[in-house]
Design a protein around this ligand. Sequence first.
Ligand SMILES: [Zn+2]
Length: 153
Amino acid sequence: MAKKRNLTHIEMIGKMIFLVRGQKIMLSMHLAELYGVEPRVLIQAVKRNIERFPEDFMFQLRDEEFENLKSQIVISRPPPKNGLALTQKARTIWEAIPGNVQIKLLNKVWCFNCRKTTSIGGDVTGKVSKGMLVLHGRCTRCGKAVARVIENE
Ligand SMILES: [Zn+2]
């Protein structure tokens, strides 16, 4: 069980590594996620201690590089709770779900357009329908509408 979880974690980090300018890079947003801080906090900390880092430690992406990456970025973490627009009932159900399960739910969404399991992102909304929590959002790959039904146990 623990082994499986570790593997998932490694796979998750693998998805956060991109090739830009011939270098393997991680985005500040993903690094911040791993450290459990906000991206701007991480960037500020690095800037404050810039002399401690080698010159090629980091660089700012050009707009077109970022645009390129966007299509590859996998959202691996649920949006902040206030980023999910949930009805009161939906929020009660959602918040009773452990964080790691929430992540799984958000990253295991069938997209009819992609014909594969992807992640739900965008402005995710949620409401309770027939006793089940239903999340609506957009596929993080193609941007088409997707939904995730969560059965209430
Ligand atoms: Zn899709």
